[in-house]
Design a protein around this ligand. Structure first.
Ligand SMILES: Cc1ncc(COP(=O)(O)O)c(C=O)c1O
Length: 458
């Protein structure tokens, strides 16, 4: 693998931005939110788009082309995640839609009941379960990690009453990685199904849903294309067709049926019955092309490179005094996602300083994981009440949280150096933070007299 070749395939990797300190090479450390597109795939899409047509319904070469490409995209996704023989790939718009779809289908299947959800989850893997089931929480330990013995104890206590265990493959806050096959084995032992939120796992490591061991098989996987270098509105829910086959789809219409009469509806088979209306055909093709390209480099190689960068990042970060990482004891099982706080500065102010002074894009806040942040940041009950009050009053600047730097294989040691350098400057008091104020209209801090240039694209 050639790291240089990889980096050059990232669209926008050489963009420059205006900062308070002149024009600088932009550093993108917000890959966990949404990852940039691949240049080679983007160029290929121009060719593919010349043959764009709707799928399944048209006659003529373009319809044939699009249908074949769309169907093959499904196979590529299935292969990429190591799906099993009985698994189907349903294209959706993102992981959130996939998880909502799954929770709704399974609640029809089981007529509600109890589901275990971990405390480490993103809201998209909490709220759909809360809506359709009674949630039993799997708490994290003092380090912010999940323990298998805790899960097994809950399952034992609940005596075969748990229908599903839904857990993330990796945290979008701490980057901690969960042993998904071991979790599957425990869930299955107690007759529960296993759903993995793969939004933060699939972009970082080789996913194998079916590793050949029936007990360890991942029953359902959800992920978003935009987090895996294909930001064009696609995503997938993958799972056992027989387990998903319940009653009728929620969203109905064109594409979901075999036959409709005035009296009767004959539903189509999977996956079509869960893909109502015209699907996002270019999104699915772009995703498949991207996955092929990532496979060319090898997910194992990308994971190795990200680990190298993570070690480099941590070596430097751990020498800082005023900054603290969320989650404790990073051993081997973490991805390149780091959330941290400063001893006194607001995370939103920190994020602004990084972007305005050095041209670094990160994220600040609670990362749609309020239960996890509440625990790992030790918020008291009183603090939670205060936060809720501030939110209701629209005082976003007072909202607590952390700054998240999420790195990808294409980032570099030099970029990390620039990032650490600005944190060091903050530590040494070399950045005048008093010149920043909070602007409600942008929901962000900016120095007086500094504004981003408005994009002129339309
Ligand atoms: C772990 C995790 N799950 C689910 C989601 C939801 O993804 P999307 O917004 O693409 O639906 C995210 C998004 O950040 C995430 O990090």
């Amino acid at each position: 693998m050639h790291i240089k070749e990889l980096r050059e395939d990232i669209l926008g990797v050489h963009e420059k931005v205006e900062t308070l300190n002149g024009v600088k090479d932009y550093i993108f450390f917000d890959n966990a939110a949404s990852a940039p597109a691949l240049k080679s795939v983007y160029e290929k899409m121009e060719d593919v788009s010349k043959y764009y047509s709707n799928v399944h319904r048209g006659a003529g070469y373009k319809a044939y082309f699009s249908t074949e490409a769309f169907d093959e995209a499904r196979e590529i996704v299935s292969e990429f995640v190591g799906a099993g023989d009985g698994d189907t790939v349903i294209f959706v718009k993102n992981a959130t839609e996939a998880l909502n779809k799954l929770a709704r289908i399974l609640s029809d299947r089981f007529n509600g009941g109890k589901v275990i959800v971990s405390e480490m989850e993103h809201h998209s893997n909490i709220l759909p379960w809360k809506k359709h089931f009674d949630v039993v929480w799997w708490p994290v330990n003092d380090e912010g990690k999940l323990e298998l013995t805790t899960l097994e104890n809950i399952l034992k206590e609940e005596k075969d009453n748990i229908k599903v265990v839904s857990v993330t493959g990796a945290s979008n806050v701490t980057g901690f990685v969960n042993p998904i096959h071991e979790i599957a084995k425990i869930a299955h032992k107690y007759n529960a199904l296993i759903s993995i939120d793969g939004a933060q796992f699939v972009p970082h490591a080789k996913m194998i849903m079916d590793n050949g061991n029936k007990d360890e098989k991942i029953d359902f996987l959800s992920f978003s294309a935009h987090k895996i270098y294909s930001p064009f509105g696609s995503g997938a829910l993958i799972g056992d067709k027989n387990l998903l086959d319940v009653n009728e789809p929620e969203c109905v219409g064109g594409g979901t049926i075999l036959f409709v009469s005035k009296e009767e509806t004959l539903w189509a088979d999977f996956p079509e019955r869960e893909e109502a209306g015209t699907p996002n055909i270019p999104g699915a093709i772009n995703l498949a092309l991207t996955l092929k390209r990532l496979n060319y480099f090898g997910m194992e190689n990308l994971e190795k490179r990200e680990h190298e960068l993570s070690k480099y990042f941590l070596d430097k970060f751990n020498k800082l005094n005023d900054f603290k990482l969320l989650g404790k004891n990073r051993e081997e099982h973490y991805f390149s996602v780091f959330s941290f706080t400063h001893k006194s500065l607001s995370p939103f102010l920190l994020a602004s300083i990084l972007s305005v002074e050095e041209g670094i894009g990160v994220r600040a806040g609670c990362f749609c994981a309020h239960p996890y942040l509440t625990t790992i940041m030790n918020f008291s009950k009183e603090k939670v009440e205060e936060i809720k009050k501030d939110m209701l009053e629209g005082k976003i600047e007072k909202f607590p949280g952390a700054v998240r730097a999420s790195l990808s294989f294409y980032n570099t040691e030099e970029e990390i150096d620039r990032f650490i350098n600005i944190l060091e400057k903050i530590e040494k008091g070399e950045i005048d933070t008093s010149k920043y104020r909070y602007y409600k209209e942008y929901e962000a801090f900016f120095p007086e007299n500094f504004k981003f240039k408005k994009p002129d694209i339309f």
